[in-house]
Design a protein around this ligand. Structure first.
Ligand SMILES: Cc1ncc(COP(=O)(O)O)c(C=O)c1O
Length: 390
């Protein structure tokens, strides 16, 4: 994006996004992980620092920490909401802890009373990962407004998609100024060829991907990504903690345009997701499955997917693909996906037993706009033919 009109488009999207959250400022990027990198850098994270993350995340969330020479320190999750267990947080804090990343998993908000209490007492900034939780609330307040900063993703399977895309929001004017200096000084614009390819992919996605075709589309997409025919969310070199030359990129005008349209329609998407989650609760309960218990006065999640635990995850995923039932598999590993080599990311098996158990058991069900009541019923019929895990 080199012309003034295109920059104006992105700026408008940033302003609208910041307004939606009542944030100081927003900055738009090519992907969510780039937004995370920019925030960490603006916060001054560097060599020798430690950054706390849940041991149940996507490796793309950990790469920016490593790119900056810092060390990820993993805290296990509490098994009900899959979020950082605040009871285990304090023992992981050291004099080198620079940031705590509060990832709101599947749409469930972290225990912010406990987490912010610890962070404030120890004087450590909180960065909220809202990639899976746009619109979720805690004590009536939007996730993303508690910490010093937050970030969002608009990648294919996120609450709304612009193909790829990310946004950082900053709730602190000094940090916003630092971010401004950083992006104007060193962020690149995406190239025309990659933007056009992404646009074409988004058109194909909108025309062809529905719950019954998702598994097939994903298999084809992964194959084409490996052959470098399409732009995947992650390239093979992103499974090692070495930053590529073209990583630090802003958002293109077409992503911003698409994002603004979807931001305007976010209210109906939130309503749909809430209704779908509640229908899953009812249908699963009718089948005798336990559903997640949480304080509904305290937390109002907007789900990106609806997680359930099964004893035979691999078989469930295989059969779902054969039968055209849309079942998701993240997270497959403490550092999703399964292929991630854990050692370069300082993770050792056994570090986070609850996260490892969840990776073995959790599959997730669709709640997106293309999944309606019939999809919900069909999905529940399918998944309840398996055994629920404890
Ligand atoms: C919780 C979480 N945070 C961040 C990211 C990274 O977002 P993006 O793919 O837009 O870089 C992901 C994965 O895509 C994720 O699952």
């Amino acid at each position: 994006m080199h012309n003034t009109a295109a920059v104006a488009k992105m700026t408008k999207y940033e302003e609208q996004f910041a307004d939606w959250f009542g944030a100081e400022r927003a900055f738009a990027f090519w992907k969510g992980r780039v937004a995370l990198y920019a925030i960490l850098k603006a916060m001054g994270v560097g060599r020798g620092d430690e950054v706390i993350v849940p041991g149940y995340t996507c490796v793309m969330d950990v790469n920016p920490i490593k790119y900056l020479g810092a060390k990820p320190v993993y805290v296990d999750i509490e098994p009900n909401t899959f979020n950082i267990d605040p009871g285990l947080l304090e023992e992981k804090i050291t004099s080198r802890t620079k940031v705590i990343i509060a990832q709101h998993t599947y749409g469930y908000v972290c225990d912010m009373d406990a987490l912010m209490g610890i962070a404030e007492r120890r004087n450590i900034p909180v960065l909220e990962d809202c990639c899976l939780a746009i619109g979720s609330k805690y004590r009536g307040r939007l996730a993303g407004t508690f910490g010093r900063a937050a970030y969002f993703s608009f990648q294919w399977n996120k609450p709304y998609t612009t193909g790829l895309g990310g946004m950082a929001i900053l709730n602190d004017s000094q940090l916003a100024d630092k971010m401004h200096t950083l992006v104007t000084g060193s962020a690149r614009q995406p190239g025309l060829a990659e933007v056009l390819l992404l646009w074409a992919q988004l058109c194909v996605y909108r025309a062809l991907v529905y719950p019954r075709t998702t598994a097939l589309a994903q298999t084809l997409f992964r194959y084409l990504t490996k052959k470098a025919v399409v732009i995947g969310s992650s390239s093979s070199r992103e499974f090692l903690p070495v930053m590529g030359d073209d990583f630090f990129k802003r958002m293109s005008a077409f992503q911003a345009r698409s994002g603004m349209r979807q931001l305007a329609a976010l209210g109906s998407s939130i309503e749909h997701r809430r209704a779908m989650a509640s229908l899953y609760d009812d249908l699963l309960s009718e089948k005798g499955w336990r559903v997640r218990q949480y304080d509904r006065q305290l937390m109002e999640p907007v789900m990106v997917r609806y997680p359930v635990r099964v004893t035979e995850k691999k078989r469930a995923l295989q059969e779902a693909a054969n039968r055209g039932v849309e079942i998701g598999s993240w997270f497959e590993s403490p550092l999703h996906p399964e292929e991630t080599p854990l050692e370069p990311y300082d993770y050792k098996w056994g570090m986070c037993p609850q996260a490892e158990k969840a990776s073995r058991e959790v599959v997730n069900l669709p709640v997106h706009m293309r999944a309606g009541k019939n999809t919900c019923r069909r999905t529940v019929e399918f998944i309840t033919s398996f055994v629920q895990a404890d």
